[in-house]
Design a protein around this ligand. Structure first.
Ligand code: 5GP
Ligand code: MG
Ligand code: MG
Length: 179
């Protein structure tokens, strides 16, 4: 796995098994309904691709790109839309698909933004969640894994745009980020 990585936190097999589990309950929830899944670029591309294929429910897919102002690894909570949805979500069942929820600030902004567009329903599925997210009052219906408060990469998640294509989720060796 190369010397940049400290350890594998979640293996490819564990991710696949978890997505199958989540997909089964998502299928139950949306049985007989039209579902639009919304991926938040760029981190959610892998989860979107694999979750969508694990679902039996027919879905349409759309994407948003948002950016938190402020540099570094901390979210500022001030969010700017880089790419909006292509579709009008009014009256639609919408599921936001996220890679990770850390402070929850990005997601809480996204929920109020999309919520104001009057979807029929609005839920969230995230592969990963850090303990800090529990401090923000957001309702996340589907969570893959609660993970320790460490910076993780892989399976869509980057450090300086690298490591997104790893098949697993891992932690970085301190020398990579100057630790
Ligand atoms: P939040 O607003 O919840 O604090 O931040 C969410 C965003 O911060 C994620 O979509 C992701 O881009 C980034 N982020 C938070 N924690 C991590 C992490 O451990 N690793 C990586 N690569 N990105 C993270
Ligand atoms: Mg994300
Ligand atoms: Mg990033």
């Amino acid at each position: 796995m190369g010397t940049d990585l400290k350890s594998v936190l979640i293996t490819e097999e564990e991710i696949n098994a978890k997505l199958a589990e989540l997909a089964a309950t998502i299928d139950e929830e949306y049985a007989g309904k039209d579902l639009l899944i919304v991926g938040v670029l760029k981190g959610a591309v892998m989860v979107m691709a694999d979750l969508a294929r694990a679902l039996s429910t027919p879905v349409t897919m759309d994407w948003m790109a948002v950016s938190s102002y402020g540099a570094g690894t901390q979210s500022s909570g001030v969010v700017r839309i880089l790419k909006d949805l292509d579709t009008d979500i009014k009256g639609k069942h919408v599921l936001i698909v996220e890679d990770i929820i850390d402070s929850g600030l990005t997601l809480s902004w996204l929920l109020s933004n999309l919520g104001s567009r009057e979807p029929a329903s609005l839920n969230v599925c995230t592969l990963l969640r850090k303990p800090e997210a529990a401090k923000v009052a957001i309702k996340v219906k589907w969570v893959g894994f609660d993970i320790p408060n460490e910076f993780v990469v892989g399976y869509g998640l980057d450090y300086a745009e690298k490591y997104r294509n790893l098949r697993f989720v891992g932690t970085l060796a301190p020398h990579v980020y100057g630790g």
